[in-house]
Write a protein that binds this ligand. Structure first.
Ligand SMILES: Cc1cc2nc3c(=O)[nH]c(=O)nc-3n(C[C@H](O)[C@H](O)[C@H](O)COP(=O)(O)OP(=O)(O)OC[C@H]3O[C@@H](n4cnc5c(N)ncnc54)[C@H](O)[C@@H]3O)c2cc1C
Length: 396
């Protein structure tokens, strides 16, 4: 019986990773290479999403070929869009009609800007269309409005104002700009926006975008160009396939990052709903890369017959670039709430740039030596599964 069990354990498993962003790549590169690993990606390259506002502002390149990041690892890379997942048959179907059977699935399809508000898809640019935005801004000046007072909107507004002085930049948001920051952090933002000439429309509920500008509850803010930097949304594929998801469509996982509905499926990065220090993970590389690394560790542990550790993580910083020469590093508590301490100016810009480089360097290190990526671990509090169970029983 034991011999049978060992033979089963030692058999090479098909591990399919869908999505080659920060999370999918981290997981794929860290998996035990004795297994058969297939990485399915819509593109032939990895996009440094955290630099897309820089791309809009003129940075020449924000991608790295997947062939370079997976070279020598034995990982099979497939360029295709995932079109469906058959959880019963344990198969991934791509839009070009191919089928990939799996023993273990790592779901890492990430997120994108939510463009469902009226007129946004037709009339606004987003981080995902940063290349087109740049071409438009290069073509001439005028009024530009960024919608969204979160970190992406703030970075976008500052970067564009610095790089395109011919454009008058404004930022509109339903609340306060940088609402999650400390008072000191918000004051630094205000000073920087003042220096860069970015006008702000706070507490202005944006209802949509038209050809003439941004529609708000206080009238139209006229604009030649609108950049939509509202919230992120995830692919409907997880919910459509029958995986248990939260109210935002993110896959609910337990403390081992395993789907609470399908134990062959692990979810990582923005696509996963993971309990971190009492609340769901912020959609970020800051949380997404540790989640992905830990999921790979869990898969490796289980394949070797070991009991996996629960996921532990604490937030440390929120790093915001404010153009190339200024920035804001907000120190945070383990649960991501702001501390009073910030770094600002060139020091913060330097830290932010190092962190951006570190994300890609980590992938290269993981390729060369799986298991090298490390993160700061917090206490194991209530897990996704526990929160899910609590929610379900409360609903009953
Ligand atoms: C402008 C900007 C600045 C940001 N700055 C920061 C920051 O400073 N710090 C931070 O922590 N976070 C930041 N973020 C957020 C961060 O980029 C995301 O949280 C992070 O990219 C999530 O990683 P991921 O691997 O889960 O998803 P992604 O990076 O989105 O990768 C998902 C991958 O899956 C692919 N994919 C999607 N659907 C399919 C499909 N059907 N078939 C095949 N492939 C598919 C996508 O093409 C993509 O390659 C920023 C985001 C933006 C837009």
């Amino acid at each position: 019986m034991d011999a049978k069990k060992n033979a089963h354990r030692n058999a090479r498993k098909n591990i399919v990773v869908v999505g080659a962003g920060y999370a999918g790549l981290t997981a794929a590169l860290r998996l035990d290479r004795k297994q058969r690993i297939t990485l399915i990606s819509a593109e032939s390259h990895f996009t440094q999403r955290i630099r897309l506002h820089e791309l809009a502002a003129g940075r020449p390149e924000v991608t790295v070929p997947l062939s370079e990041l997976t070279k020598g690892t034995g990982i099979t890379t497939v360029q295709a869009r995932v079109g469906g997942i058959d959880l019963d048959a344990r198969q991934v179907r791509t839009e070009d009609g191919r089928v990939f059977p799996y023993d273990t699935l790592v779901y890492a399809l990430g997120s994108r800007t939510d463009t469902t508000a009226p007129g946004v898809a037709e009339h606004a640019y987003t981080a995902e269309t940063a290349g087109d935005l740049r071409a438009r801004l290069d073509a001439g000046g005028g009024d530009l409005v960024v919608v969204g007072g979160g970190l992406t909107g703030v970075e976008m507004a500052a970067e564009l104002a610095e790089s395109y002085p011919a454009w008058r930049v404004a930022l509109a948001t339903g609340g306060a700009v940088g609402a999650g920051l400390s008072d000191k952090g918000r004051r630094h933002l205000a000073r920087t926006f003042g220096r860069l000439g970015v006008r702000t429309h706070e507490w202005t509920r944006v209802t949509g975008v038209g050809p003439d500008g941004v529609r708000t509850d206080q009238g139209v803010i006229t604009a030649d160009v609108v950049v939509w930097a509202g919230s992120f949304t995830v692919s409907p594929l997880a919910a459509e396939s029958g995986l248990a998801v939260d109210e935002r469509g993110r896959i609910v996982v337990d403390e081992t990052l395993t789907s609470v509905s399908h134990p062959d499926v692990y979810a990582v990065g923005d696509a996963a709903a993971v309990q971190v220090q009492g609340s769901t993970n912020r959609m970020s590389c800051a949380a997404g890369m540790p989640i992905a690394a830990h999921a790979a560790d869990v898969i490796n542990a289980r394949a070797a017959g070991r009991t996996p550790e629960p996921f532990r993580f604490r937030y440390l910083l929120q790093c915001i670039s404010l153009g190339r020469r200024d920035g804001l590093v907000q120190l945070v508590n383990g649960d991501d709430s702001p501390k009073d301490r910030i770094l600002s100016g060139r020091t913060a810009a330097f830290v932010k740039e190092r962190i951006c480089r570190f994300t890609v360097a980590s992938l290269r290190w993981e390729r060369a030596r799986p298991g090298t990526y490390m993160w700061v671990k917090g206490s194991a509090r209530r897990t996704g599964a526990e929160a899910h169970r609590a929610q379900t029983s409360a609903a009953r």
